[in-house]
Design a protein around this ligand. Structure first.
Ligand code: 3HC
Length: 688
């Protein structure tokens, strides 16, 4: 059943019932329209509409967005509610989002429970409110507030919704409150569509445009909705709705909405694979080895999820530093209002740091986040094995090291698994779960269970240098360094990638993480590097000069004490000198060409990663690139973007580049196969 109807005396009860979150699909629209007619024919005094389960309604069913719209359309259904002689009351207990909020706004009255949320998050799916939201919301809350709510897509708490005038009442039991509202009181409230539209205010539009340019640059929906509201504000309500519908459908069919929908569903599909049926170990006490930035971030994330945490360090001083690092995060969270004093005290009560491994003797999981050296990791695994229960899972947070080699140090390598967090670990959503040759299903299942507990996006990865994300990153940086050597500056490269949609380019990002990390990694790879592969020495020279990034005041950019960052001619000269000593003639690259090379390099590497079975699906690579590495979400992730370019075009471009350097641009066999058979990367299932 999608919508149920029930009458008691002169009140109609309409319940939206489409589990799990009452998405408004075709059957729900039909059901609601039927309910309008039913209430009118029965001459009811009022209708109370609710949602069954945990949501009032989560919005239009986005799964229907790939097919042609089917009548009745939601705007027509909502007009029927708004214009009905029988007044409707929305009793909201749960989320009312998108079309769900639009149903509520078409009702005469809105009553909401304190924990509910209401909002119009359509822009996060690349569309705009398409069932009257762009017209009803400004009439209810005013222009500036409506522009803010719609362009940011952020839902309002019940209290904020009340303050904004979006709802009439906050009540613990919205149904009881609705029943207590008499027909006369209802008749005094005018239908939303008859309210006057607010006056045009160019200042409000300009402020909204500025906010969008700052936070949602490159995204079409937020700007489109501002212009739509501006253009239709003075138009009659129903005429404005037609313009809204046209704009909604245009966005819905566009590339950005498809990409954002893909990400939305990929994130929800990110869970343990069906074959992984093993039970995870029960998680209560977790040991974290190493209390540096990464270890402290992991510890805080674990504390936030209600777990008991012991950070294990090499000595008492290290333990003290670990406590200080975790305390720093607790204080920052308190300051930002993310936790209150009671929660902070609770976190502290479940946290300890020690150099004595026996203090974690009952931990069922250990996550080592110690110094990135095989010797250190092997030593830590040995100590953990000696101190923790025999069946505890031993996870390593290594970014690049061979997990099989680490596991070999354990007497039971099945207990060892990679859990690769991203800094800051208490904020970044991605968790790569790395499957070693001997990792048991229990170890893997524990990784997925932990991700769920921490509300992170888990992605299963195989063992290789850098797993999924860092392997793509390494290739991205190599392509960047090559254009730097051959003709560009770091700021040319950064501008190109910001233009593509990254929040920052690869050089600024390296300055933030520190050039020494990648340098140490290159030294590790010296022994196995392909002698035929071009090696760009500029980054090594930077490290020799002590330019390690922001922390030393100079990296690819200069960081003056007064703040900000500045381009540095000395760095550009370094590239010129490196090219000269290699006997190269430099060429100028357009931003478009830089972007093309860097993106193609990543796609080519990612296709190999998929082909080798290091990633289980193209969607997993999309999740990694967007959630861990800043690839623009509105492009749908690296592989979704690659499919939009088409394998044939990619192969042609790569073959062109291979004429310059056959080793660096060796075309991925998977891309070639897709080009030949017209297949999509999205559909490829690795067999290895
Ligand atoms: N359409 C289709 N399916 C949806 C959906 C939607 N709008 N919202 C949620 N779902 C599905 C999810 O895909 C998931 O499916 P699965 O179980 O098969 O994986 C299931 O519902 C549960 O969702 P979550 O796992 O996200 O559950 P949570 O409890 O964590 O979150 C939520 C619930 C807050 C409602 C969250 O799902 C959400 O934010 N949904 C999207 C809300 C939204 O963007 N609405 C606007 C839609 S566009 C629109 O309304 C246009 C209109 O103006 C015409």
């Amino acid at each position: 059943m999608s919508v149920s109807m029930r009458q008691e005396a002169d009140t109609g009860f309409v319940e939206i019932d489409n589990p799990p979150v009452n998405a408004i699909g075709h059957a729900v629209r039909e059901g609601l329209l039927k309910a309008v007619k039913w209430a009118e024919e029965a001459k009811l005094a009022r209708v109370i509409v609710t949602g069954k389960g945990r949501a009032f309604a989560a919005g239009a069913d986005a799964r229907e967005f790939d097919s042609a719209p089917k009548e009745p359309h939601l705007p027509d259904v909502l007009n029927a509610i708004d214009e009905s002689p029988v007044p409707w009351i929305a009793a909201i207990d749960g989320v009312a989002l998108g079309g769900g909020a639009e149903i509520a706004m078409a009702c005469r009255m809105r009553i909401i429970s304190p924990k509910s949320q209401i909002g119009l998050p359509e822009v996060t799916l690349g569309v705009l409110p398409g069932a009257g939201g762009t017209q009803r919301l400004p009439r209810l809350v005013g222009l500036a507030r409506a522009l803010d709510i719609i362009t940011t897509g952020k839902p309002l708490t019940a209290q904020k919704a009340l303050e904004a005038g979006l709802v009439h009442q906050v009540a613990d039991d919205p149904m009881q409150a609705a029943l207590g509202t008499g027909a006369e009181a209802l008749q005094r409230i005018v239908p939303t569509w008859t309210l006057p539209a607010p006056d045009a205010d160019e200042g409000a539009f300009e402020a909204a445009r500025k906010a969008v340019a700052k936070k949602q640059a490159n995204q079409t929906a937020p700007l489109k909705v501002i212009e739509l509201i501006r253009d239709t504000l003075a138009e009659p309500f129903h005429q404005a709705l037609l313009a809204e519908r046209t704009a909604f459908l245009e966005l819905r069919n566009g590339a950005q909405s498809k990409a954002l929908r893909h990400m939305f569903f990929a994130e929800r599909a990110a869970k343990a694979p069906a074959w992984l049926t093993a039970e995870p170990v029960s998680l209560k006490h977790v040991a974290v080895v190493g209390g540096g930035t990464m270890g402290a971030g992991i510890a805080y994330a674990l504390l936030n999820a209600g777990l008991t945490v012991t950070i294990l360090e090499t000595d008492a001083q290290g333990a003290e530093r670990a406590i200080a690092n975790v305390e720093k995060i607790i204080s920052a969270s308190l300051k930002r209002g993310l936790i209150n004093d009671a929660r902070a005290a609770d976190h502290r009560s479940r946290f300890a740091a020690s150099s004595d491994y026996s203090t974690a003797a009952d931990a069922t999981l250990a996550i080592e986040a110690a110094y990135e050296s095989m010797e250190v990791k092997v030593d830590v695994i040995g100590k953990l094995e000696a101190a923790l229960p025999k069946d505890a899972i031993l996870a390593t947070n290594t970014s690049y090291l061979d997990i099989n080699e680490i596991a070999a140090a354990a007497s039971d390598p099945a207990r060892v698994v990679g859990l690769h967090f991203f800094a800051p670990a208490h904020i970044m959503k991605l968790l790569e779960i790395v499957r070693g040759d001997h990792s048991s299903d229990t170890s893997l299942a524990t990784g997925f269970a932990l991700a769920k507990l921490l509300r992170k996006i888990p992605v299963l990865a195989g063992v290789c240098d850098g797993f999924i994300g860092n392997r793509i990153l390494a290739r991205y940086r190599e392509a960047a360094d090559t254009v730097l050597m051959d003709g560009a500056t770091p700021w040319d490269v950064d501008k190109a990638m910001v233009g593509f949609g990254y929040a920052m380019g690869p050089y600024e990002a390296q300055d933030l993480s520190g050039l020494d990390i990648a340098h140490a990694n290159r030294r590790r790879q010296d022994a196995t590097r392909d002698a035929n592969r071009r090696y760009i020495p500029i980054a090594d020279r930077m490290v020799e000069l002590g330019r390690l990034g922001k922390k030393t005041g100079a990296g690819w950019y200069l960081y003056p004490e007064t703040g900000g960052k500045a381009e540095d001619a000395a760095v550009a000269e370094l590239a010129v000198a490196a090219a000269k000593s290699a006997g190269l003639t430099r060429t100028a690259y357009s931003q478009q060409e830089i972007e093309r090379r860097l993106v193609l390099a990543m796609i080519n590497e990612a296709a190999d990663i998929l082909d080798e079975g290091i990633a289980q699906s193209a969607a997993d690579i999309d999740l990694v690139t967007v959630s861990g590495y800043g690839f623009p979400r509105w492009r749908g992730g690296l592989m979704h973007y690659a499919d939009s370019l088409g394998a044939g075009n990619i192969v042609e471009a790569l073959e062109g580049l291979a004429l310059e350097d056959a080793v660096a641009w060796k075309v991925s066999p998977l891309l070639k196969r897709c080009a030949e058979n017209g297949g999509l990367l999205a559909d490829y299932v690795p067999t290895r």
